[in-house]
Design a protein around this ligand. Structure first.
Ligand SMILES: Nc1ncnc2c1ncn2[C@@H]1O[C@H](COP(=O)(O)OP(=O)(O)OP(=O)(O)O)[C@@H](O)[C@H]1O
Length: 258
């Protein structure tokens, strides 16, 4: 396997708050890695730094062997590193197909030109292909507001898959999705991930989802990676149980579903 993402000493401070400290991880191409940690552990801060949404205070990041620190999200997207969000970032009052066409237009153009038509045959073709792969073709011409939460999440992930990325960072893909829908959603996402040969790193609060879909886990606590290893080994670790998994169930999963 070849290395795809490497961070060394990655840190981020907000005044006196240490959101992330000295994060050094190497992800190999094709790995499916889960990121776990209690609320405020630094998971989103880490993802934001890697995807160019937040400048690190210290440390380095390389993607495909090249340094990427300082590059913004659009440049990183063109290099093949994309993400989805905890709360889907969608144009709610536009049809689903236009959300995809606009994302494609924005990715293609150096400067987004509002007055050019976004529905070109090529973009519609790519958009329809990904809608089918994510099993949400039935919403093609619906406004995003007409979609249930699970379908919105799939659309947000579909947006991240446009333009043939190599690596996908997903921030809580199953949050806000009902227990019954979670597995269908993840099965669909993972099928697309495998079909496209993507590397995935995803933040997840549901340990059953983590067990089922990832092979390796990074456990965060207080801005630090306290354990990195095979899923069962990390979940069996006493420190992880003390600082991570116990807290989840109290804060995030009071009814077993967050
Ligand atoms: N913009 C900011 N300004 C100040 N502090 C911040 C900012 N963003 C994050 N923090 C702090 O950094 C720490 C890590 O936050 P982060 O959002 O990365 O945690 P998280 O693990 O993603 O949590 P959650 O599971 O709740 O999403 C927290 O203490 C948080 O309050």
């Amino acid at each position: 396997m070849t290395e795809i993402l490497k961070t060394e000493g990655l840190s981020r401070y907000f005044g006196a708050v240490t959101a992330a400290e000295d994060i050094s991880v190497t992800i190999m191409a094709g790995e499916i890695v889960g990121v776990i940690g209690a609320n405020g552990a630094g998971k989103t801060t880490f993802i934001n730094m890697v995807t160019g949404y937040l400048p690190p205070s210290k440390g380095s990041i390389s993607f495909g062997g090249n340094p990427i620190k300082g590059l913004g999200p659009r440049k990183l997207m063109r290099k093949g590193l994309t993400r989805s969000f905890q709360i889907p970032q969608l144009f709610l009052e536009l049809p689903v197909i236009d959300n995809l066409a606009i994302a494609l237009a924005a990715a293609e153009q150096k400067q987004f030109q509002m007055l050019r038509p976004v529905r070109t045959p090529e973009r519609l073709g790519s958009a329809e292909e990904i809608l089918e792969q994510m099993r949400i073709s039935q919403y093609r011409d619906e406004m995003v507001t007409a979609m249930p939460q699970g379908a919105r999440k799939l659309l947000d992930i579909a947006l991240a898959m446009l333009g043939s990325p190599r690596m996908l960072l997903l921030d809580e893909p199953t949050s806000g999705v009902s227990l019954e829908e979670k597995y269908t959603l993840m099965d669909t996402v993972m099928e697309a991930v495998h079909a496209r040969g993507l590397t995935v790193l995803f933040v997840e609060h549901d340990m059953e989802i983590v067990r089922r879909y990832v092979t390796r886990v990074l456990a965060f606590a207080n801005g630090v990676v306290i354990k990195d290893g095979p899923v069962e080994e990390v979940l069996a670790d006493t420190k992880v149980q003390e600082l991570v998994t116990g807290k989840y169930h109290e804060h995030k999963n009071p009814g077993g579903d967050a």
